[in-house]
Structure formats: structure tokens, C-alpha cells
Design a protein around this ligand. Structure first.
Ligand SMILES: NC(=O)c1ccc[n+]([C@@H]2O[C@H](COP(=O)([O-])OP(=O)(O)OC[C@H]3O[C@@H](n4cnc5c(N)ncnc54)[C@H](O)[C@@H]3O)[C@@H](O)[C@H]2O)c1
Length: 355
């Protein structure tokens, strides 16, 4: 059995999902962990029985027996760390967003090519059963021509603070944190069309709202209650047009006066339509009646734990067996171009043409 030695760079919340994914694979050894927070790195190594601990990723990358890494740091670390890892001859699974912008993302792809190593981007929602079922339906023509799509990832009170709310480290707010997932899903499901233009607005009207009582929320590990720094958008909306003629309406928020947090991915084709959230449903016509159908999918199949296990397994198979990567770095670049255009359009008040 071929085995793989893996390292984790960034021992925060999401790294635990990567770790659990590696642990279920009998042919993977997690041999190193690195975090700039030494205490966190040491505690992580102890908890998961990891022999090598580092606070500087460049030192970790000198380990010859290390073959692949998960990059699970703040967004501003994704490009420099992944490029260093690729140049050191390691395969990389990098969390979303691939980088702070498209230029950095392209440099990562170039480094992967130059070193003939895998650069996979952590678009974990591509591993949902319902996303793949819907993708197959689109691919086989069940929806006809998909001319319109709508997607949203909307929170009511969900700015996590810490690095997430600091543009220098995150690159932005809910657009780059949440929007990245759902814009990618629509693109993935509809056959990866290229975006050609974006018209967007971002909103900075509510802020962290530290005064709110009565609701709980997720706070970043580095959130400082006495210094709730925030210089990113609360919410955004965009109209994105693609080279296959499809128009996508998108919205996202961390903070918004909305009744409930909610997510949606809706596709509209000339033969049928579909919605993916909360359950996959198809809307079509039969015998001159509109119909609704709902595929039966095992409850919990697309739970966060399961989709991470599938993602990690796929990464390991790409490295060890050379199977084609479902989430190549190039897809991360395409999404960064859209996110860059959203921010540029919001700033200039003009439509941005993507070349
Ligand atoms: N796929 C998903 O659904 C999903 C969900 C949450 C977060 N994420 C992504 O995962 C990444 C991490 O998010 P998180 O919620 O785990 O954040 P976190 O703050 O919990 O953890 C990040 C960790 O990275 C460490 N770090 C920062 N810079 C570093 C560097 N240069 N070298 C080593 N360690 C460094 C921090 O000290 C921290 O421990 C982000 O890019 C985020 O967008 C993805």
C-alpha cells in the first residue's frame, strides 16, 4: 500500500476537519504541524500525536519525508505558503479562497505547474452528493439551457471578528469568505462557464454589532472582545454574466436585518429548474402540468464532516494514484477573478468586464 506523509499549516478550526479526514485513511501519516501560535501548535500535536511541531512553515518544509500539506491559515498566508510548499516539492491542498486575489492565485497555479505538483483548492461543497447529482442532471441536459441562476449565503449576525474582519489578512468579508463557496458551486454545477462581466455593490452600514444580545455566533480564535476591529463589508450583491449566456444573481451577508440566515442555489433552465437548498428538488412539466420531484438522499450524507472526509480522500487519491483533480487550482483563479471584479465594481460603481 502506497503511503503519504502529510503536514498541516495553520492549526485553527478548519484544520480539525482536515485532520479528521486524514485520520480515517489508513495510508496517511500526519507527521508535522505548524502554527505561528506556538501554544496552539503544541497542543494540536499533542492531541493528534504528531511528531514534528513548527512555528515557521519554511522550517517545516525542509522535512524531506514530508510529501503533501494542507494550508489552513488566514487567507493572506495561502499564496506565500502554498508557493513555498510547491517549490519545496510538496503537493498542496489549500483552503478556500485560493488567495487574496486572482494575481496571487495565478502565481500559485504557475508554481504547481513549474514543480509538477498538485494544487487543489478546498471547494468542499463540490463533494456534496446533491451538488453532484444536480451537476449530472445539468450535464445530461435534464434542465435544458440554464439561462438564469440565483445563489445566496446570508447570515443575520455572523461577522466572526479577528482576522476574518481585518482586510489585510482576509482580503474581504462575506464575499470572499462565504460567497466564494456558492459562486463556485453554481459555476461547477453548470459546467464551469467563464464569467465575462460583474456589476456589484458592497455595504458597510452595520459593522460588527457587538451590542447584540439574545443570539450566539461563531467567533474567530483570534477575536478580541475589547477590540472588535472590522474594515470589511457587511453584505454584498452582484449580477454576474457568463460566456454561455447565463446570468447569476448573487447575495451574501455577515450582518443584515433579515428574518433568518439562509442559503440557496437555484437554477432555471428552458426544460426544467432546480433548487439545491435545503433539499434538492426539480421543477418541470409533464402532461401539461407542472411537477416537482425530490431525489431521495440519505439524511446527513452531505453533513460537513462527511464532505471533508470525501475532499481529503480525493486529495490523497490525486497524489497517490494520479487521478484527475476535481478542484484544480485553475478553478480557484477563475473564482478569484469574479471576487476581484465584485470588489472593483462596488468601489467604482461601474460594471467590470473580465478578460
Ligand atoms: N471550507 C470551508 O468550509 C471553510 C470553513 C472555515 C474556514 N475555511 C478557511 O480555512 C482557513 C482557516 O480558517 P479557520 O476558521 O480555521 O481560522 P482560524 O483562525 O481558526 O485558524 C487559522 C490558524 O492559522 C494560523 N496561522 C495564520 N497565519 C499562519 C502562518 N503564516 N503560518 C502558520 N500558521 C498561521 C493561526 O494562528 C490560526 O491558528 C481560511 O482560509 C478560511 O477561509 C474554510
Amino acid at each position: 500500500m502506497k503511503t503519504l506523509n502529510v503536514g498541516i499549516i495553520g492549526a485553527g478550526s478548519i484544520s480539525n476537519f482536515h485532520m479528521e479526514g486524514y485520520k480515517v485513511l489508513p495510508n496517511v501519516n500526519v507527521i508535522a504541524v505548524c502554527d505561528i501560535n506556538e501554544e496552539r501548535a503544541k497542543a494540536y500535536a499533542k492531541k493528534h500525536d504528531i511528531p514534528h511541531v513548527f512555528t515557521d512553515y519554511n522550517e517545516m518544509l525542509k522535512l524531506e519525508e514530508l510529501e503533501a500539506v494542507s494550508v489552513t491559515t488566514w487567507n493572506n498566508g495561502h499564496a506565500p505558503i502554498s508557493i513555498a510548499a510547491l517549490n519545496a516539492g510538496k503537493h498542496v491542498l489549500c483552503e478556500k479562497p485560493l488567495a487574496m486575489n486572482a494575481q496571487e492565485a495565478q502565481q500559485m497555479v504557475d508554481a504547481a505547474k513549474a514543480n509538477d505538483k498538485i494544487l487543489m483548492v478546498g471547494f468542499v461543497r463540490r463533494f456534496e452528493e446533491k451538488a453532484n447529482l444536480l451537476r449530472e442532471a445539468v450535464e445530461s441536459g435534464d434542465l435544458g439551457k440554464v439561462y438564469y441562476a440565483k445563489t445566496g449565503y446570508v447570515r443575520k449576525w455572523g461577522n466572526p471578528g479577528g482576522w476574518f474582519a481585518d482586510k489585510k489578512r482576509s482580503g474581504g468579508g462575506p464575499v470572499i469568505d462565504l460567497g466564494v463557496h456558492v459562486i463556485d458551486l453554481v459555476r461547477y454545477i453548470t459546467g464551469k462557464p467563464k464569467a465575462v462581466s460583474v456589476s456589484a455593490s458592497t455595504f458597510h452600514d452595520l459593522g460588527m454589532k457587538p451590542n447584540i444580545k439574545g443570539l450566539g455566533k461563531y467567533f474567530s480564535e483570534d477575536h478580541d472582545e475589547n477590540n472588535p476591529y472590522n474594515d470589511v463589508e457587511d453584505a454584498a450583491t452582484a449580477l454576474i454574466k457568463f460566456d454561455n449566456g447565463m446570468t447569476l444573481f448573487f447575495e451574501t451577508s455577515w450582518v443584515l436585518h433579515v428574518k433568518q440566515p439562509h442559503n440557496y442555489v437555484n437554477l432555471f433552465g428552458d426544460k426544467a429548474g432546480a433548487q439545491m437548498e435545503p433539499e434538492l428538488e426539480f421543477y418541470e412539466e409533464r402532461n401539461d402540468y407542472f411537477t416537482e420531484t425530490k431525489p431521495i438522499i440519505q439524511a446527513g450524507s452531505d453533513h460537513m464532516d462527511n464532505i471533508f472526509v470525501r475532499e481529503i480522500k480525493h486529495f490523497v487519491e490525486c497524489v497517490l494514484e494520479g487521478i484527475p483533480c476535481r478542484n484544480p487550482g485553475e478553478d480557484g483563479v477563475e473564482i478569484m477573478k469574479i471576487l476581484d471584479a465584485i470588489y472593483e465594481s462596488a468601489e467604482t460603481g461601474k460594471e467590470v468586464i473580465i478578460k
